[in-house]
Write a protein that binds this ligand. Structure first.
Ligand code: ZN
Ligand code: ZN
Length: 413
């Protein structure tokens, strides 16, 4: 094959959508961009689109999988408790000065699969601690930010191991471009229509003010209490700096903040969870008073245990999200091993940190007020999929009456 497996015209459109719809980058605004080196073709296009949009300064920060693996092969043990705090402090300072943030993903999702889970977990924890001041500006949605994807070659080979590498990369590229709604010239307009559809769902849910969601289905008997004064969000939303942006390209979900102490029952994951380069399969947990009291996995259970032992909040929910089974990503039938895509294929919940923005007047709440309303806090935020074609969900009102929200995996409204 001589043709480029990644269509350059579609990459141009993805860069444009990431800057204009994803970030809605403002005239004079700076941008910090993180990406794997392999994604440079997209990074360069994003930089060009950002400067065309009037960016002040675009600063790319690149990572490389072989450099990451070299650490596991050769570094002294103490290395795994270290993180580049100085870098994250600088990012936090930049975000505090209204710098926008874009993350481009595209690396091999199983990069760390062969590495010692304890070391992976220590490195992840050190990173989370160092990143916290910067992450808080993202989690509390103080600035416009977005994540988009580049079809990395190793990622493609993981997804399509039986295909020729060029063909695999071309197939992943097509899947990313379709999910990101950039397959035709009207990409930015397509996103406006998509955002309007998601807005109808969030308006309906916000009008109903449910106290809880009750889930049933195979392996699923779960009641998720919603936080006091929670607000449903989805698609485009307004960041604390006033900029309306789309934090995820693609996105199909509507989501809100559950109450950290009010989830009861059992749930089984409907898709494997790719976490820090490992795959966790067959997750089954039981919640009591909002806390995971029992956790199992058929594969990667050690990684799951490390994850939920990160801190107290890691055993509690920080997000609940609704995605119909008919979503384009679900219908593609592909498992991307990447949350940005897989979370848009099914209803999901996230362990760990909540989005304080998912409260009425969320950007004015202090961390204490978020906690008083039931918002969870943790160093982690990990989404996993619990929905499928059999999922039924009822909204439970304050007086206990139930309203169908989902039937057989689809919106009932
Ligand atoms: Zn989500
Ligand atoms: Zn999430």
């Amino acid at each position: 094959m001589t043709a480029d497996p990644v269509d350059p015209a579609a990459l141009d459109r993805l860069a444009e959508v990431a800057v204009r719809t994803g970030l809605n980058l403002q005239e004079g605004q700076d941008l910090i961009l993180t990406a794997p080196v392999e994604a440079l073709p997209l990074v360069r296009r994003v930089a060009a689109a950002a400067y065309r949009a009037g960016a002040g300064l675009v600063t790319p920060i690149l990572s490389d999988p072989e450099v990451a693996l070299a650490r596991y092969a050769h570094a002294r043990d103490e290395s795994f408790d270290n993180a580049a705090g100085w870098l994250y402090d600088g990012m936090a300072e930049a975000f505090g000065n209204d710098t926008a943030r874009m993350a481009i993903v595209g690396e091999d999702p199983m990069l760390m699969a062969e590495q010692d889970p304890a070391k992976v977990s220590r490195a992840g924890k050190a990173n989370s601690i160092a990143y916290k001041p910067a992450l808080e500006k993202i989690a509390t949605f103080q600035i416009n930010w977005t994540i988009a994807a580049y079809p990395g070659r190793q990622w493609a080979i993981r997804m399509f191991p039986d295909m020729d590498p060029d063909a695999a990369q071309a197939k992943l590229a097509e899947a990313i471009f379709a999910a990101s709604r950039v397959t035709d010239e009207n990409a930015v307009a397509n996103w406006e229509a998509h955002n309007a559809r998601l807005r109808k769902r969030t308006d309906w849910l916000n009008d109903h003010r449910f106290r809880a969601l009750k889930y049933s289905g195979p392996g699923l008997d779960l009641t998720v209490g919603l936080a006091d004064g929670h607000e449903w969000m989805g698609g485009a939303s307004r960041a604390g700096n006033g900029v309306v942006c789309n934090p995820n390209i693609p996105t199909e979900e509507v989501f809100t903040t559950p109450h950290a102490a009010m989830t009861e029952g059992r749930v089984r994951a409907t898709k494997p969870l790719s976490h820090q380069g490992s795959l966790i399969e067959g997750i089954e947990v039981e919640f009591r008073k909002g806390r995971i009291v029992e956790a199992r996995a058929t594969k990667g259970e050690a990684v799951l245990r490390e994850l939920i032992d990160t801190d107290e909040g890691a055993r509690r929910l920080g997000e609940v999200a609704l995605v119909p089974h008919s979503s384009p990503i679900s219908q593609s039938g592909l498992l991307f091993y990447n949350t940005l895509f897989d979370e848009n294929a099914a209803c999901h919940i996230a362990l760990g940190q909540c989005y304080s923005k998912c409260f009425v007047d969320g950007d004015t709440l202090t961390p204490v007020e978020v906690e008083e309303r039931g918002g969870n806090s943790s160093m982690i935020h990990v989404d996993w999929m619990i929905g499928g074609p059999e999922t039924d969900i009822d909204g439970i009102a304050e007086d206990g009456t139930a309203t169908p929200v989902f039937r057989k995996g689809e919106w009932a409204i």
